[in-house]
Design a protein around this ligand. Structure first.
Ligand code: TRP
Length: 450
């Protein structure tokens, strides 16, 4: 066994890295379009509830499991099960997470590629005074070109695996320091612009006016899945980051900060986008292309738009990059900690597998548009739904059950180190509310399939 593990320098670097994992395309690309596809405020409210009652407690759980074991998710679950005299099969929970990470990065990297290509479009002034239909055309021509999609996906993969090969806790933590605040700053500029020219009132109404009649089972299913996706939960990203964390850091405070920043960021992007959507008579349910079709219109008409657009897509690319890294770290940590294979070597091999998955995803937007995998879903949709609505919640459910019912009580108390009432709150949400919510959603899914 070779044991070579990185460690965060302090609490702040852990927090930035975990925030870097959480903040990504999920907030800027996925949340806004899911709000539109799932009926606006109905989805937003359920999503916020999922973050509070499922996401936050399970994020604490996942960090806690990682830090207790100080190992990659597979070995961590094995060791924790051993400590608790439980079945060794718990280790397969770690294995499922690795597979989920690979599948997610398979499509994540393609969307990361879209963002990279939009940096060059922005830089070349392609958005100047652009109309809504021109903007949609720009996006269509990107999607219709397998060559462009695969090329940009390749660039994104090389960037991601390049960092992973070096080791996560050495290179990237410094970058996060500047990136996240910068992303917030430019978002505020965008929001200010949307407020002045867009229809902020309509956007606000669309996103926040409670209309419980619009809450459908599918909206609940998607909201729960997205809570996991947005906070990077259920597959071991957060567990492996927690395993590099020192013992003296408060898990609860860190988690709450990250969850708040992550959720706020996504909702602000949503407001900025929908106020433009309504002012330009665009449709809210445009799907995955939403930000790529709407934001250029805003940038194309604002003073210094050229500059802001380039900066914005660059920051989004960075955010996606720091998230992508966390998707493969569990697998790489597993290889490095269990075999004599070198980190760089493992990274290249895993990178090639994911790259190939990404090629099929790229083709699913054009030449393989009509290829369906299951239930009439294309390649991209299959990967997305399989991971977000099944694998991540299942992983989260099992982690919650393990932490709540299998792990020794004094171990979880030691790690969480919470006052009495906070501990009770964690326990009720982790042991009862979150598992029930996930189970209910699964039962509904089974009904759909059955
Ligand atoms: N949370 C990231 C985002 O919002 C994506 C991500 C990174 C992720 N690691 C993950 C999603 C682990 C699920 C599981 O963009």
């Amino acid at each position: 066994m070779t044991q070579h593990r990185g460690a965060w320098k302090n609490r702040w670097t852990f927090m930035l890295a975990t925030a870097g994992s959480a903040i990504g395309l999920g907030n800027i690309w996925k949340l806004p379009y899911m709000i539109g596809v799932n009926g606006g405020s109905a989805f937003v409210l359920v999503f916020i509830a999922c973050i509070l009652f499922v996401g936050i407690p399970l994020m604490m759980t996942e960090i806690m499991l990682g830090r207790r074991a100080q190992k990659n998710p597979f070995n961590a679950m094995q060791q924790l099960a051993n400590e608790a005299n439980a079945s060794p099969h718990w280790k397969y929970l770690g294995a499922m997470g690795m597979v989920a990470g690979v599948l997610i990065l398979g499509f994540y990297s393609v969307i990361g590629g879209w963002v990279l290509s939009y940096i060059t479009l922005a830089f070349n002034g392609s958005f100047d005074a652009i109309s809504a239909s021109q903007s949609s055309q720009n996006f269509e021509s990107l999607l219709n070109s397998p060559y462009l999609l695969v090329s940009w996906h390749t660039v994104f993969m090389v960037m991601t695996m390049g960092v992973v090969a070096r080791g996560v806790s050495s290179g990237l933590e410094r970058a996060n320091n500047i990136l996240i605040p910068a992303l917030f700053a430019i978002l505020l500029i965008l929001l200010g612009y949307s407020m002045s020219v867009g229809d902020m009132q309509a956007a606000y109404q669309f996103m926040f006016t409670p209309d419980f009649s619009k809450i459908t089972p599918v909206a609940v299913l998607s909201a729960l899945g997205h809570a996991f996706f947005s906070l990077s939960l259920g597959m071991g990203s957060v567990m492996v980051y927690g395993s590099y964390l020192q013992r003296n850091v408060s898990i609860a405070n860190t988690t709450i900060c990250i969850a708040l920043v992550d959720t706020l960021l996504g909702l602000l992007v949503g407001l900025a986008i929908y106020s433009l959507v309504f002012a330009n008579q665009l449709t809210p349910n445009a799907g995955p292309g939403l930000i790529f079709q709407t934001l250029p219109i805003a940038f194309g008409h604002m003073p210094f738009g050229h500059l802001f657009a380039t900066l914005f897509f660059t920051l989004v690319a960075f955010a996606a990059w720091t998230s992508a890294i966390s998707l493969v770290e569990p697998t790489i940590a597993w290889v490095v900690e269990n075999t004599s294979v070198k980190r760089a070597h493992a990274t290249v091999h895993l990178g090639l597998i994911i790259w190939m998955i990404g090629i099929t995803v790229s083709l699913s937007f054009n030449v393989w548009q009509d290829v369906t995998i299951v239930f009439g879903l294309g390649i991209f949709d299959t990967l997305d739904k399989l991971t977000s609505t099944i694998m991540l919640p299942l992983g989260g459910l099992l982690m919650a059950l393990f932490a709540g019912y299998v792990m020794q009580k004094h171990h979880r108390q030691d790690e969480l180190n919470l006052g009495r009432s906070y501990y009770t709150a964690w326990k009720i949400t982790n042991n009862i509310i979150a598992p029930l919510a996930i189970l209910m959603v699964f039962l509904y899914l089974l009904g759909l399939i059955g």
